[in-house]
Design a protein around this ligand. Structure first.
Ligand SMILES: C[S@@+](CC[C@H](N)C(=O)[O-])C[C@H]1O[C@@H](n2cnc3c(N)ncnc32)[C@H](O)[C@@H]1O
Length: 343
């Protein structure tokens, strides 16, 4: 192998323009310094990846290698060999995740990927018959996921087991499909939460939705047959028969509580524009008080010092290892706490 191939390094994907938050998290919570490798890509400075997924991480690329490759240059033999080294060592099922660095690079990346696969087949006859759909490998938790990306300067690639990754979609971009009946794009956030949880709400389950208007989250539960109580002073704009499953209460979500003898609700969800300190108050009532079985709670990040503002929530979460907090693909300047509790 020539010296143009870099040594392995650790790379993380995050929201483009959210790099600073991920860097702050790495430094403040894990003592790891990092650089921005490209828009939405953070390179760790000589450290291993933390075992647990980071809040602002969308995906991880363990042991990434970089090969300089300028626009218009053909794919060199050394790169083909390097990309398929894992297969030369031990043939195993493989699937490719193409990660676009910016909107303009997609077709170039696809072209390089086609060329690398074509040349890989020449180098290793039989390679093609080991190719699988990525979803299958994630389901079976075996084989190799090849993550490939392209910047202006060159080609990035990482080969790892699905068990080492933190998301099943390329670059952690869990794109959800909009339902034309949903009254807001927030609907996509709760749909993504169901994917991340690995399960959907079931018919007849009870739901309390704090800060529900105009009703995207309430609609997502109601269309699955849940009994939803939507708390908001604003109007719901759901124009669908499932509205009959929703009771709209014009109440304050910060002070709304269950009656003393009421059993826990199946789902407590919240998407209010309130500071993290108020969110912590809600978590204490609903989770510590055993008033819900599942929770999806969005936390809006303040402009100034977002991580220190989150710290009391993160401290509280240590008592609930079953809860996760992540920045979703459909989140903007916010993160989502989700998981099953009190079950
Ligand atoms: C981002 S929107 C929620 C969008 C909703 N999840 C959806 O899917 O359509 C925030 C909502 O929180 C409500 N809100 C803010 N503070 C509230 C409070 N203290 N009690 C109840 N609702 C509140 C606002 O009226 C607003 O409708």
């Amino acid at each position: 192998m020539t010296s143009t191939l870099s040594s392995p390094f650790q790379l993380l994907c995050c929201r483009p323009s959210g790099e600073e938050l991920l860097q702050q998290e790495l430094e403040a919570r894990h003592g790891i310094f990092s650089n921005v490798a490209a828009s939405g890509f953070i390179q760790l400075e000589g450290h291993d990846l933390p075992a647990e997924p980071l809040i602002f991480e969308w995906q991880r690329l363990p042991n990434t290698r970089f090969f300089p490759l300028l626009k218009g240059e053909s794919v060199p033999e050394q790169l083909t060999e390097a990309v398929w080294t894992f297969f030369a060592e031990q043939p195993s099922p493989w699937a490719i995740h193409l990660l676009t660095v910016d909107d303009g690079g997609a077709s170039r990346l696809e072209g390089i990927a086609r060329e690398l696969t074509r040349r890989g087949n020449q180098l290793h006859p039989g390679l093609k018959k080991w190719e699988r759909k990525p979803g299958k490998l994630f389901k079976q938790q075996k084989g190799m996921i090849l993550q490939w990306a392209c910047t202006d300067r060159g080609f990035l690639f990482s080969s790892s087991s699905p068990t080492e990754l933190t998301a099943t979609e390329p670059g952690g971009r869990t794109r959800m499909k909009m339902d034309s009946r949903a009254p807001s794009r927030s609907y996509l956030k709760i749909e993504e939460a169901f994917v991340r949880l690995g399960r959907e709400p079931e018919a007849e389950q009870t739901v309390i939705d704090l800060g529900a208007a105009p009703g995207g989250w309430s609609f997502a539960f109601a269309k699955r047959g849940c009994q939803v109580t939507s708390i908001d002073n604003g109007p719901l704009k759901i124009d669908d028969a499932c509205i009959r499953r929703i009771e709209h209460l014009h109440r304050d979500g910060l002070t709304f509580q269950l009656g003393k003898l009421q059993p826990p609700v199946d789902w407590l969800v919240g998407d209010m524009l309130i500071p993290p300190g108020k969110v912590l108050g809600l978590l204490r009532y609903w989770v510590d008080g055993h008033h819900c079985k599942n929770i999806v709670m969005n936390v809006k990040l303040p402009q100034n010092n977002p991580l220190p503002a989150m710290e009391p929530i993160l401290e509280w979460m240590k008592r609930y290892p079953e809860l996760q907090v992540r920045q979703f693909y459909h989140d903007r300047r916010e993160v989502t706490i989700f998981g099953a509790v009190n079950s």
